[in-house]
Design a protein around this ligand. Structure first.
Ligand code: GLA
Length: 410
């Protein structure tokens, strides 16, 4: 604290470089949440659960178009610790967020939405949905904390939703089918937060397995776990530090252009379309709607191709498809930004890099880069230094492995 104060008193050019903040492991986070729980409520929690953020390797902006996506859970989690109280039912759920330093009190007989955008709406929305699945949510106290970067396109919101859903499952001792839990969390985001998201983020946080990527068919919600254990390939995430905000309207506009495209093309689903069919109707479509449809049909094919290449250990092919995905998101779907484009461009010129693209909703947030394991640290440093020189903004970066989806820790 004293050191930080001292540094802030110095003019910028004299300040020593700030050491990178160490990221707490899931064990450290759990300990922190347990001890904060005890400090706040005077007792130990009964259950502790964790739900991860995710990074999507490919298959962007097509989960709401019946497409395929290929995410994996990252080793960044939201933790929720909770305990039933002795109060009479229905009582309240009192939830303290360490990150927001804010407490939310939800009356369990009247679970309603508050001001939009408020972090509590994620929590309240999931409590409302879980109340329909579980016998009765008991009066409870909970503490939450996350190390998933907020607004980085790594599903910090979904990890909070899924962690709350998993906590209710644990405290009521009512196992919920994972797909149902994912859908409850998605509904919370639609109805309580106001973001018309697809199913990728919540499903990834619920379903992903350690050492696997998830090939999810968003049309029928079936999925396949594809092993990703190759020790020579690292997944590098670089945060442009441009904050994205999905409730800003652009996301909903993309969804509505895609719906317009299927009406014009007279199909129920993008899965019934080939690129030739889209091109044949080009003249009857608004040019923007045409570009959106082109992205969707192309990205569906790229994702199934990438899954096949990954199974066959053909990493160069996966990398090539990732660059093609980025170009399509930049030019046709128009959800990238100059900072993300710069990070991908820098990565493409860096030794050891196999492929790179923006990941998540876009308009900022992170890129995902596949890189040869022994070159990952040098590649990360080089890309980050060049980005900082060009923009004056220091990006944050970390290497991650496919991690475990939502689970009970204690
Ligand atoms: C956000 C949404 C997802 C998905 C991605 C883009 O993360 O929550 O449902 O649409 O954007 O692929």
């Amino acid at each position: 604290m004293i050191q930080v104060y001292f540094q802030l008193c110095l003019p910028v050019q004299q300040r020593p470089p700030t050491p990178p903040m160490p990221t707490p492991s899931i064990t450290d986070l759990t300990e922190e949440v347990r001890s904060q729980f005890k400090a706040k409520f005077g007792t130990d929690p009964e259950v502790v659960v964790a739900a991860p953020g995710r990074v999507n390797l490919i298959g962007e902006h097509i989960d709401y178009c019946d497409g395929f996506v290929l995410p994996m859970a990252i080793d960044r989690y939201t933790i929720v610790a909770a305990k039933k109280t002795a109060a009479d039912a229905p009582g309240t759920a009192e939830v303290y967020s360490i990150d927001m330093d804010d407490t939310l009190t939800v009356p369990l007989d009247k679970i309603e939405k508050g001001d939009r955008g408020f972090w509590g709406n994620y929590v309240t929305g999931v409590l409302a949905g879980m109340a329909e699945q579980c016998p009765e949510i008991p009066p409870l106290q909970a503490v939450t904390r996350s190390n998933v970067p907020i607004g980085g396109g790594l599903s910090s919101s979904a990890s909070l939703e899924v962690a709350v859903g998993t906590m209710v499952e644990a405290i009521t001792d009512t196992p919920i089918d994972p797909v149902t839990k994912g859908l409850v969390c998605q509904k919370a985001e639609h109805e309580f937060v106001g973001v018309p998201c697809g199913i990728m983020d919540q499903f990834a946080s619920v379903l992903c397995k350690k050492d696997h990527v998830l090939l999810l068919d968003c049309r029928d919600q079936s999925f396949e776990q594809i092993p990703f254990t190759n020790p020579d390939i690292a997944v590098l995430i670089i945060n442009s530090e441009v904050k994205h905000e999905l409730s800003g309207g652009e996301y909903a506009q993309r969804r509505s252009s895609c719906e317009k495209a299927t009406r014009i093309l007279e199909v129920d689903s993008f899965r019934d379309l080939t690129m030739d069919q889209v091109t044949a109707k080009r003249d009857s479509m608004d040019p923007v709607v045409f570009k959106r449809a082109k992205h969707v049909v192309g990205e569906i094919a790229r994702t199934t191709d990438a899954a096949a290449a990954l199974k066959a250990d053909k990493w160069d092919k996966v990398g090539e498809l990732m660059y093609a995905s980025h170009n399509s998101l930049r030019d046709d779907f128009e959800v990238s930004c100059k900072e993300l484009d710069m990070l991908v461009e820098l990565a493409s010129n860096t030794e050891g890099v196999i492929g790179s693209r923006m990941t998540g909703g876009g308009f900022g947030g992170c890129t995902v880069t596949l890189v040869e394991g022994d070159k990952a640290a040098a590649a990360s440093e080089s890309i980050c230094n060049q980005y900082e020189q060009a923009t004056g903004v220091k990006p944050t970066a970390f290497v991650t492995r496919p991690s475990q989806g939502a689970h009970r820790v204690v």
